[in-house]
Design a protein around this ligand. Sequence first.
Ligand code: GRF
Length: 199
Amino acid sequence: MKLGFFASHNGSNMQAIIAACRAHRIAAEPVLVISNNPESGALQYARESGIPAYHLSRVTHPEAAALEQASLRVLDEHGVDLVILAGFMRKLGPGLVRTYQHRIVNIHPSLLPAYGGRGMYGKKVHQAVLAAGERETGATVHLVDKDYDTGPVLAQCRVKIRPGDTIKHLAARVQRQEHRLYVSTVAGIVAGEIVLPVD
Ligand code: GRF
């Protein structure tokens, strides 16, 4: 199975999955990384790792349709089977979501459907969780559909909230669990243990 990544920032989740592929814990090949951010750690990591890296954004393609076409072309050229969103801060175009229906996964730093949706990302999620006085939070891997964070859930893990937790501490603890969850979920998909819908 060939994996294509979309990432906007660090790409620490992406890096965890690529490392697991290289360690043969996931029987798949990372074939490309696309980022809307030319300065992203994700693109830098891809270049250093010898993985084809593409900056595709409104800067390279001001029109949304052209940007979507460019992304589709690159995914197709490399024969991507599974699209992995790893901290990608843009909504994918509807054509791309249709073409790769049930073959796009995302990770979100909460127990979806709680604390998901438009505008709920990064620190904002943890801030809202702490402000609500929750006793636990977590992370979710889900299939991507045309809306934000609404696709079917594939896997979740729970993280306890500690007294006096700060956004920073909670974010770091959740992210460590995200790496484990995303690696095990992608491994499960690749091994056929997690079966994605077919149509
Ligand atoms: C992760 O916390 C993920 O849940 C969210 O974006 C963040 C990306 O972090 N979708 P990284 O780029 O993988 O380090």
